[in-house]
Design a protein. Structure first.
Length: 446
């Protein structure tokens, strides 16, 4: 399976001088309570980083991050669209446990729902144990004041409540207020000039650079490379009337997509440089991933389909973890991982105790990250209004409308050969386990 994933995945790339320095021994206190930088891209496909095989542009910062830490080749988003995946990360639980997690995604036309205030979040749990908490970027879990980030454990919020903004006007028609910029500082609507990806990167640099006496948790949730496909040089040439929802008015191009990716990669580079200047690099757990598979201009090879589908192309995403001295540099793992695992892993790294009243669905992957445990089989589930899927070890169960399929991901990453008839026992077991899981979730929205 591993030799099919990407032309660059298993070439044994040397980590280089910087990675070697990062992986050297360090004081034991540094691992006790790390700072946390969680970076979430929006609609980034599995192969959209050059270290995952993208052939037409380079992402040197994220490639270097992979050389300095661990790259996952079997990481998944909790959903094929953004709102439920964000719900999964913030709560550490399957999004189908929440009404807001059933939105595909949340828009102004959705019911007036949001993340319930009674639900503990990664931010509330970390803040209770002494962390400074901040969200910069995209929220997309409710517009009403009671649903906003500051009500869910974030000391500080600077970003958007909506799903897609124009990168220059910062207007988002899915907010229901299409004439006003959807950019917020805590509960106050704000305006600023600048390309949105750069705006978020600059704010993250400022946050990381502050003097502080306690550890921080920063969620940096870019809107890039989500449509509208506008590069940093497109202020005067792009059509800013469509704002990137529905039938994309601004059609973009492969070249524009590359410029959007370069902007995000360079911005992440500035944030990581700020960590280095603040002498926090060695004491910071950095996780980078995406909220779902890519769209029109993504490179999802060798997988099938894209965002919105539960085939691998819609849910398998890049994921990179760096924690110097804890995560060996230059390593690659086939460990299956899903969005909620990052929540569980971050909380475990911070020493946060389990909450029996609100158990996590994610698993703590620190033993894998530290090299203490090899890759092991997982059972993961997905569900939309019309689709369903389960991964049980190497088997992948897919339900599309009335059709059901079984694929062997060990030999068929493209999900081309349906083995439902030939492997009837495996199919029956996968369907049974999916049905048991679905019965424990909220019912599908009709």
């Amino acid at each position: 399976m591993t030799d099919q994933l990407s032309r660059r995945d298993f070439l044994g790339v040397a980590a280089g001088t910087a990675a070697a320095a990062l992986s050297a021994s360090r004081p034991t206190h540094a691992q006790a309570r790390p700072n946390v930088l969680f970076i979430l891209a929006d609609d980034l496909g599995y192969g959209d980083l050059s270290c995952y095989g993208r052939p037409d542009y380079d992402t040197p910062v994220l490639d270097r991050l992979a050389e300095q830490g661990m790259k996952f080749t079997s990481a998944y988003a909790a959903a094929a669209v953004c709102t439920p995946t964000r719900c999964a990360f913030i709560t550490g639980r399957y999004p189908q446990r929440f009404e807001v997690g059933l939105q595909e995604p949340l828009t102004a036309a959705s019911p007036p729902v949001g993340l319930p205030g009674s639900q503990p979040t990664i931010a509330t749990r970390l803040r209770e144990t002494g962390y400074e908490t901040a969200l910069i970027g995209k929220w997309h879990l409710g517009w009403r004041p009671e649903y906003r980030p500051n009500r869910h454990g974030f000391d500080e919020f600077y970003g958007t409540l909506s799903g897609a903004l124009d990168y220059f006007t910062h207007i988002a028609p899915d907010s229901g207020e299409a004439e006003l910029p959807d950019l917020w500082e805590n509960d106050r609507r704000v305006t600023t000039d600048g390309y949105l990806t750069d705006v978020f990167s600059d704010r993250a640099v400022e946050f990381v650079s502050r003097a502080r006496s306690k550890p921080f948790y920063l969620s940096l949730h870019y809107t890039a490379p989500h449509a509208p496909w506008e590069g940093p040089a497109d202020r005067t040439t792009a059509d800013h009337t469509g704002h990137g929802v529905g039938p994309m008015v601004n059609g973009g191009s492969l070249a524009v997509y590359g410029e959007m990716m370069r902007s995000m990669d360079e911005g992440i580079g500035r944030v990581l440089a700020a960590l280095r200047r603040a002498r926090l690099e060695r004491d910071t757990l950095v996780i980078f991933t995406s909220d779902n598979g890519g769209e029109r201009y993504s490179f999802n090879w060798p997988f099938s389909f894209q965002k919105g589908y539960l085939y691998e192309g819609g849910i398998r995403v890049p994921a990179i973890v760096r924690w110097p001295g804890a995560v060996p540099a230059g390593t690659v793992t086939e460990q299956a991982a899903v969005t909620m695992d990052w929540t569980a892993t971050i909380l475990a790294a911070a020493g946060v105790q389990a909450d029996a009243a609100h158990p996590l669905d994610g698993e703590n992957l620190l033993p894998v990250l530290r090299g203490e445990r090899g890759a092991y089989d997982r059972t993961l589930f997905w569900r939309t209004r019309t689709r369903a899927a389960a991964r049980i070890g190497r088997w992948k169960y897919v339900q599309e409308g009335d059709a059901e399929h079984l694929y062997d991901l060990g030999v068929d990453l493209g999900e081309k050969t349906d083995l439902k008839a030939r492997e009837s026992a495996a199919f029956a077991e996968a369907k049974r386990r999916y049905s048991e899981w679905a019965a424990a979730m909220l019912p599908r929205r009709t």
